[in-house]
Design a binder for this molecule. Structure first.
Ligand code: HEC
Length: 200
């Protein structure tokens, strides 16, 4: 084979891969936009708050993604929806304002793409972060006590102190990182319909 022909074939193969990977990918999801939800008259997906955005970084830095995915699969490929992890599968549009878009693959713990709808209460999420065994005796989710500051309990509990005390003498105050992480978890709420993924 002539060297020019071999080069042309190699270049063609590279071009084909680029078209398949980059160009088709861009055409499929590159120009997605938020849509108006006619029921609520709000555009979806909602834009997460600045605090929630910081919380996404805390989620990544604490290694939550090693055990929890952030994308629910549809009824055809999995039992995610019957397990109660969401009302519909996650789609590319859900991640428009998520930067970085973390999907995750690990399923040691439940999928958290809809945890803001499943566990909306901030205090419960805080307690879970401090020690998951406070809410569920046999939970195997790890504790994250370093996200809290332990302070002697005064005559009056501080307003954002957890409703549990580690020993009766101390109160637990969430750090900025704990507050950001909880804001992020609360923002993970996919209970809105999208044209390509209606609620079940
Ligand atoms: C070593 C694996 C592991 C890591 C790391 C981990 N988790 Fe978990 N998590 C689990 C398991 C297993 C469960 C299920 C047991 C339970 O319900 O508590 C769980 C449950 C949960 C739940 C309750 C989910 C539900 O549907 O009831 C939340 C919320 C949660 N984890 C948040 C986190 C966050 C936030 C982080 C990071 C700060 C984290 N987890 C890190 C394993 C892990």
């Amino acid at each position: 084979m002539k060297p020019t022909r071999a080069l042309a074939i190699a270049f063609g193969a590279l071009l084909l891969t680029w078209v398949a990977q980059a160009a088709v990918g861009y055409l499929q999801v590159g120009r997605l936009e938020p849509v108006l939800n006619e029921e609520t008259n709000l555009t979806v997906p909602p834009v997460p708050s600045g605090l929630a955005h910081t919380g996404a970084r805390v989620f990544a830095s604490q290694g939550c993604l090693e055990c929890h995915s952030l994308s629910a699969r549809g009824p055809k490929d999995s039992a995610d929806l019957t397990r109660g992890w969401g009302q519909r599968r996650s789609v590319a549009r859900d991640y428009l304002f998520r930067d970085p878009a973390m999907l995750g693959t690990a399923r040691i713990g439940p999928d958290l793409s809809n945890i803001g709808a499943r566990m909306p209460e901030g205090d419960k999420l805080m307690q879970h972060l401090y020690d998951p065994r406070l809410l569920k005796k046999n939970s195997t989710c790890p504790t994250h006590p370093w996200l809290f500051v332990k302070k002697p309990a005064g005559p009056k509990a501080e307003p954002d102190a957890l409703q549990v005390s580690p020993d009766g003498w101390h109160q637990l105050l969430p750090s900025y990182h704990a507050k950001a992480l909880v804001a992020y978890l609360q923002s993970l709420n996919a209970n809105y319909a999208l044209p390509e993924a209606p609620l079940k």
